[in-house]
Design a protein around this ligand. Structure first.
Ligand code: AP5
Length: 217
């Protein structure tokens, strides 16, 4: 399984990628998570990426592409991967295609999650994350048992720096202009499987698994 998850910010890419990675025993590779991890560790890459992420715009392509290439050559990614947040514009899509050819690999499917604008804004502004273990919650849709405290590890939950309403609106604009054209790009290659991302988490996962297994038969 060599998968790309495509969809606007808040469509549930991270949520689904984590579940699919467990199901298919492949690594979940999130470019946003790699940038946030680097930021947490205070690396040069993290500090550079922050300038873009805080404004809700894309980090330069060459940086992201080199990072993905490196990650795909690691041992755990040799039997498959699920990419979340990459590619994110047509230039990255084209570069990624050449990268896969060079590495002798090819995509199984592009999973496209469709969610309406109001739901996206509500999900992102209400999202809370655990800075220690990475668990993701929502103030209303999926609250922790004790307000502000992670159920898994007991750490204090935080709001992502780019989940303020102003930055969310900018991220959605960037998605429409730069990322949405990838849907047609991958449709032309016959790779897109589209799913209703507004359904409950477990229903979306079930639909994706059925879609992938149907395509494999
Ligand atoms: P990134 O980290 O990739 O963020 P994103 O694409 O904006 O997506 P999100 O993580 O915000 O949302 P998601 O779809 O994963 O939703 P989630 O599952 O968490 O990118 C951040 C930044 O990094 C970018 O702006 C850019 O600057 C930079 N960057 C990253 N990749 C790059 C690249 N390739 N090139 C250049 N720059 C790049 O769910 C959201 C909420 O909804 C959660 O609270 C969750 O609990 C809830 N939820 C999820 N599914 C459901 C459901 N079915 N029902 C109810 N609630 C649900």
């Amino acid at each position: 399984m060599e998968l790309v998850l495509l969809g606007p910010p808040g469509s549930g890419k991270g949520t689904q990628a984590k579940l699919l990675a467990e199901r298919f025993l492949i690594p979940h590779i999130s470019t946003g998570e790699i940038f946030r991890k680097n930021l947490g560790e205070g690396t040069e890459l993290g500090l550079m990426a922050r300038r873009y992420m805080d404004q809700g715009v894309l980090v330069p392509d060459d940086v992201t592409e080199a990072m993905v290439r490196q990650r795909l050559t690691e041992s755990d990614a040799q039997n498959g991967f699920i990419l979340d947040g990459f590619p994110r514009n047509l230039a990255q899509g084209e570069h990624f295609e050449s990268m896969l050819t060079e590495l002798g690999r090819s995509l199984t499917a592009v999973i496209y999650l469709v969610v309406g604008r109001k739901t996206l804004i509500d999900r992102l502004t209400g999202r809370r994350v655990c800075p220690q273990c990475g668990a993701v919650y929502h103030l209303i849709l999926d609250p922790p048992k004790r307000p502000g405290v992670c159920d898994v590890c007991g750490s204090a939950l935080e709001q992502r720096r780019d989940d303020t309403e102003e930055t969310v609106i900018k991220r959605l604009e960037v998605y429409d202009q730069e990322t949405a054209p990838l849907v047609a790009f991958y449709r032309r290659r016959g790779l897109v499987q589209e799913f209703d991302g507004e359904a409950p988490v477990e229903v979306v996962t079930r639909d994706i698994v059925q879609g992938l297994e149907g395509a494999r038969d």
